[in-house]
Design a protein around this ligand. Structure first.
Ligand code: ZN
Length: 198
């Protein structure tokens, strides 16, 4: 076996470990890397390492942020400070941001309740959500995915929220069982503007 083939196999093997990279795309990505300039590959390795070292969860909302800093959304004082949209993951947050409709804050739970997988309330950032709600908080929007786990998680959290809050959820239009990250901007924008009492 030649050395080159071994290197190629190692590269394919590493990419196969990336859960969200569809197997049919792996060879295209490998081709891109092999055809790219050494400078571009070095730049990629450098920014990947820097991101790994410098990016951490925002202490307030658990969006990704530079280490020891609040995220860009929490730092942005022009955003409405009295509305918090509760999402499962960072990529759900990004899906809502792409729609450019929502101007409030977020709270990233880090998943959903899933007794079958051993994920209970203490495994999510529910306590942190309840702790950050204060008198100036007016509305909580559940942006959890329309799956049984997403609905159960929202219902569980709703029972813990203070009674003065307006509680809403994304309007129907987000297809049941789907994930926000795969839904187009217009549908998400409509689901936000037409949000319904929870
Ligand atoms: Zn934040």
């Amino acid at each position: 076996m030649t050395r080159q083939l071994l290197s190629l196999q190692k590269l394919v093997g590493q990419l196969q470990k990336i859960p969200y990279l569809a197997s049919k795309n792996i060879y295209k990505v490998v081709g891109y890397f092999l055809e790219a300039s050494v400078e571009d590959i070095e730049k990629l390795c450098k920014v990947l390492r820097e991101a790994k070292e410098n990016v951490d969860a925002c202490a307030c909302c658990f969006n990704w942020a530079e280490k020891n800093q609040k995220c860009s959304i929490c730092q942005n004082s022009s955003r409405k400070q009295d509305i918090i949209c509760v999402v499962e993951t960072w990529h759900d947050l990004m899906a809502i941001e792409r729609a450019q409709e929502y101007k409030g804050l977020y709270h990233v739970l880090g998943g959903v309740l899933s007794p079958l997988n051993g994920i209970g309330p203490d495994d999510l950032r529910i306590k942190e959500l309840l702790n950050r709600i204060n008198k100036s908080t007016e509305e909580i929007i559940f942006g959890t995915n329309p799956t049984p786990e997403g609905e159960t998680t929202a219902s569980f959290i709703a029972t813990k929220l203070p009674s003065h809050l307006l509680i809403s959820k994304l309007a129907s239009g987000v297809p049941t069982g789907s994930s926000l990250e795969f839904i187009d901007r217009v549908t998400i924008a409509k689901a936000l503007s037409g949000r319904q009492p929870f």
